[in-house]
Each structure stands twice: as C-alpha cells, then as structure tokens.
Design a protein around this ligand. Structure first.
Ligand code: ZN
Length: 207
C-alpha cells in the first residue's frame, strides 16, 4: 500500500493506492478546480472518494472528481447533506469550538452540492479497505481502516494549539465520539490519521 497526503487549507486529505485502485479520503476545503488539481497531481487516478463526513472542509472539492468518473462514498445519514451542499452546524464542544463557529470563517457550512454513488450503513469494503460507521463528530462520520491504521476524519483532532486533548472541537455527540474511538481500539487500530494535525498512536491518544 502507498499512502500520500496533501493539505488543502487546514484539512489533510489522503490518497491510498492498492493494486491499481486509487482511493482518496476526503477532498478538503473548497478551492478552485485548478488549485485542487494541482494539489492532487502526484496522486494518480482516483477510483473512489470516501468522505469521512460532509463538513465543507472535507466534501468541498468532491464535485470536481465526479467529472472524472470517481465514485463518491458517503454514509447514509449524510447523503442528503451532500446532495444539498449544506451540513447543519454542530454544537460547539469547548470554548474554541464555540468561538470558531461564532466568529471565524465557519459562518457557512456550505459547499458545492455533489451526488453520492455508494452509500454506507454500518460498514462496507472498498477494495481492501474497511469503511466503518464511527459517529460522534457528525451522525454519519466514517473511518477508513487498513491493517492497524484508521483514517478517522474529525473523530479525533490533533491540534498544536490544543495539545491537552484530541477530542474534536466540534461534535454532534461527545459520548458517541468516545464509543467510536473504543470501537476502533477494540478492532486493533494502533494509529489514527486525523484530518487536522499529525497522526496519533493509540498510546498517546487523549480522549
Ligand atoms: Zn468536521
């Protein structure tokens, strides 16, 4: 397996190549098509785009990939948000989350609407990857698991300005976040690749 990473504004997106199949996890904040294609130019063909959830900084560029025949994968609870191009704002969890929602560029949770192709319920295999429902940050959050690695979107966040905790600064349901992390832990996940910040090992995870 080959993993590549790109950063689009403040979001990590990951490209995985498995025996000739290219899979992109998340598409980042909406940028121009030219900027997006430049960011992913080293990635090779993208057969699947798995959206860990439909926040604007993850689903922002999905619309461009549809033109190249990429199949867009989303959880059933968020398929309508993807089609509409708008996700409800999550309640802020801590002071930073609340402030960010109130004052920052997070006034809008809108992005270009996109038609999904593959809908996930509890789990789905995409090639050798397991796509698993890990709700908490949003109701339809997904993690992508390969071996002992989980690409977990915003289930955890590793923010340098907030080193005391890996709990996401926004969440739909904090108890669900912890349950989902435990589910991954019980499955043998040892390394979490979040969309914001660097990877975290299970031993260093503060949740
Ligand atoms: Zn999010």
């Amino acid at each position: 397996m080959e993993i590549k990473r790109a950063r689009i504004l403040f979001t990590n997106i990951f490209y995985i190549r498995l025996k000739g199949t290219g899979i992109l996890i998340d598409s980042g904040n909406h940028v121009s098509e030219k900027s997006f294609l430049k960011k992913i130019k080293d990635f090779g063909k993208i057969d699947y785009l798995i959206l860990t959830h439909t926040h604007f900084d993850h689903a922002g560029n999905a619309v461009y990939l549809k033109r190249y025949g990429t199949k867009v994968v989303v959880h059933t609870l968020e398929k309508e948000w993807l089609k509409k191009g708008e996700t409800p704002k999550p309640p802020g969890i801590d002071g930073i989350g609340k402030l960010a929602i109130r004052f920052s560029g997070l006034k809008s949770f809108k992005f270009p609407k996109t038609e999904p192709d593959i809908i996930v319920e509890e789990s789905k295999k995409i090639h050798d990857l397991l796509v698993l429902h890990t709700p908490g940050h949003t109701p339809g959050s997904l993690s992508v698991i390969y071996d002992n690695i989980a690409f977990c979107g915003d289930l955890i966040m590793n923010l340098t300005f907030r080193p005391i905790s890996h709990i996401p600064i926004f969440a739909h349901d904090l108890n669900m976040v912890r349950e989902s992390v435990n589910k991954l832990r019980e499955m043998g996940v040892k390394i979490f690749f979040p969309a914001h910040g660097r990877p975290v090992t299970i031993d260093n995870l503060r949740i």
